[in-house]
Design a protein around this ligand. Structure first.
Ligand SMILES: [Zn+2]
Length: 310
């Protein structure tokens, strides 16, 4: 296990190095194009204005790339400083020492109008959770992403569109969605996201519905991106069938926990889920009474996965 973690960390470092090199090369290319732009500026006066605009765009892009480089460099230095992580041991630090139990509350598909209310409840109980963000929603509630980060919760990637018929046509399509969502989240918050949740979970039947690619391609993609995917082992049932009452949501979660020492609870951060919001305080209280330490997902959390590469 320790060996596997080390390999992944090395791969992540390698990917960071590649990204940094790509970004540096892009900067140099921008410079060359700017010089080219200046040359044309002197020789063809009628194109003066166009090139001025181009130069501005190029320097903006260069600035963006520079900030991306510094973000990646920072992350790289953090990784280098980090002691080699060992999942089992790190998890021990997070669990309730008396019971050895840990619970991850996860909210998918936001941000929405419900998010601030969910955040208020979490703040009231001083409990941290994980939000798997749908990229198309960011532009409606950009500040909520910052609030999620500022209040100590984890941001996860849940693709941009969440449309099965688009994201699951090929691993290339899914990759583009994940990278674009990472870019949007990074741009808004400065956070480099490494947690991913497949829309429908890794056990969804949509890979096979929309493509011929084998399952391992989909699962390996996440690893290739230096990310990890997190499914769930407890569903609040707040996205299935008819709208549930707060009692139904509460009962689904609590009975779903059974005797598990580690639970990842699936909930949905959508406007219609007022029942989830209403049930949340009781869910938190009961989980804590059951001996669970409620934690946000971090890179050291042991993921619940419906399907893994054999
Ligand atoms: Zn979803």
């Amino acid at each position: 296990m320790a060996k596997r973690v080390k390999t992944k960390r090395e791969k992540r470092l390698q990917q960071l190095m590649t990204l940094i090199i790509v970004a540096i090369v892009s900067c140099i290319l921008n410079l060359v194009l700017m010089v080219g732009g200046s040359f044309t500026y002197f020789s063809m006066k009628d194109l003066k204005e166009d090139f001025a605009t181009m130069k501005e765009e190029y320097s903006e892009r260069t600035m963006l790339l520079e900030s991306y480089i510094s973000q990646l460099t920072y992350e790289k230095s953090q990784l280098l400083e980090e002691e080699e992580p060992v999942r089992e041991e790190t998890n021990v630090n997070e669990v309730n020492y008396d019971t050895g139990k840990i619970a991850y509350l996860t909210f998918d598909d936001g941000p929405t109008d419900l998010t601030p209310k969910v955040l208020d409840v979490l703040a009231e109980y001083n409990v941290k959770a994980t939000f798997f963000i749908k990229g198309v929603m960011i532009k409606y509630h950009p500040d909520l992403l910052n609030r999620i980060v500022e209040e100590g919760h984890t941001l996860g990637n849940h693709t941009v569109t969440h449309k099965y018929e688009e994201i699951y046509t090929s691993t290339e399509a899914l990759k583009a969605e994940i990278l674009e969502n990472n870019r949007r989240i990074l741009e808004q918050t400065g956070v480099v996201v490494t947690a991913f949740r497949f829309p429908g979970g890794s056990s969804n039947s949509m890979f096979a519905t929309y493509s011929d690619e084998p399952l391992e391609n989909w699962l390996n993609l996440i690893d290739d991106l230096g990310m990890e995917y997190y499914d769930w082992n407890v569903s609040s049932l707040d996205a299935t069938g008819t709208l549930k009452t707060p009692d139904e949501i509460y009962n689904a979660v609590i009975s779903g926990c059974g005797n598990s020492s580690q639970v990842t609870v699936l909930m949905h951060d959508v406007n219609t889920n007022t029942s989830t919001l209403e049930a949340l305080p009781r869910i938190i209280e009961t989980l804590q009474e059951m001996g669970y330490s409620i934690q946000p997902i971090t890179s050291t959390s042991k993921p619940v996965q419906h399907r893994t590469v054999q």
